[in-house]
Design a protein around this ligand. Structure first.
Ligand SMILES: O=C(NCCc1nnc(-c2ccc3[nH]cnc3c2)[nH]1)c1cc(-c2ccc(F)cc2)cc(O)c1O
Ligand SMILES: [Mg+2]
Length: 214
């Protein structure tokens, strides 16, 4: 059997990036996915918005739902301060295996805790397993029909505090219409849409930033 798209992406990183240099890992993936083979990373355009929100929030504990190959894990972890941590949840073991290698290649394995499993099962275990009181930042980039149930679960598990920032990818394409309705009509959130484009394409997409108010 041949290689998979994530395996080819890892090869491109090992060939074109410098070990321990997160910026070169990000550029190698963006180059490969723009010129060789599209893949569902948040990408360079939306990545700049992710970077600016992260710099503003400067989270001590961040959560990512949907690791895929680790592109956004690297984008997030490279901007975290020394004792901060990113916990990233990935459902697909094959994706997780590649993501671990890409995160390690970037030299960020000490800042990233990659957990394999379903978000719905793992979110309620965050406190007991990782000693998390609450998250300062959550990046939603997993199955789009999980955005609402997992946001509600984070609320119910007391994992959001006043000022926690949720940033959701793909609210236009593939789209998360129920999520937009949920956060935009909810007095507990202050939401704002950041227009951009679907990674490596001219198709419209964007990020929704929602601040938890209580
Ligand atoms: O499906 C996406 N992302 C999700 C992957 C994932 N990686 N991990 C999970 C997970 C992780 C824990 C989970 N727990 C329960 N379900 C889970 C699912 N899901 C996605 C799709 C597109 C896309 C756009 C246009 C197209 F024509 C085709 C595709 C673009 C994007 O930026 C995406 O993020
Ligand atoms: Mg996405």
């Amino acid at each position: 059997t041949g290689s998979s798209r994530p395996q080819r992406m890892l090869k491109a990183v090992q060939k074109n990036a410098t070990k321990g240099d997160p910026k070169s890992v990000i550029s190698a993936i963006d180059y490969y996915c723009r010129h060789k083979e599209w893949a569902m990373n948040v990408g360079d355009d939306k990545g700049l918005i992710l970077d600016s929100v992260l710099t503003e929030v400067n989270p001590s504990t961040a959560l990512e739902l949907g690791t895929y190959c680790g592109y956004s894990s690297v984008r997030i972890a490279r901007l975290l301060s020394p004792d901060s941590k990113l916990i990233t949840i990935e459902f697909n073991p094959a994706f997780a295996a590649i993501a671990r290698q890409i995160i390690a290649y970037a030299g960020l394995q000490d800042k990233v805790i990659l957990v394999e499993g379903a978000s719905g099962d793992l979110i309620p275990k965050m406190k007991e397993r990782f000693g998390i009181k609450s998250f300062d930042f959550v990046f939603l980039d997993h199955w789009k029909d999980r955005y609402v149930p997992d946001t509600k679960l984070l609320e119910d598990c007391g994992l959001l505090k006043k000022g926690t920032v949720l940033l959701a990818d793909n609210v236009i394409c593939p789209g998360a219409p129920e999520y937009l309705k949920y956060v935009r009509n909810n007095p507990r959130y202050e939401s704002r849409y950041y227009p951009s484009n679907l990674e490596y394409t001219k198709v419209e997409d964007g990020l929704e930033k929602s601040v938890f108010l209580e």
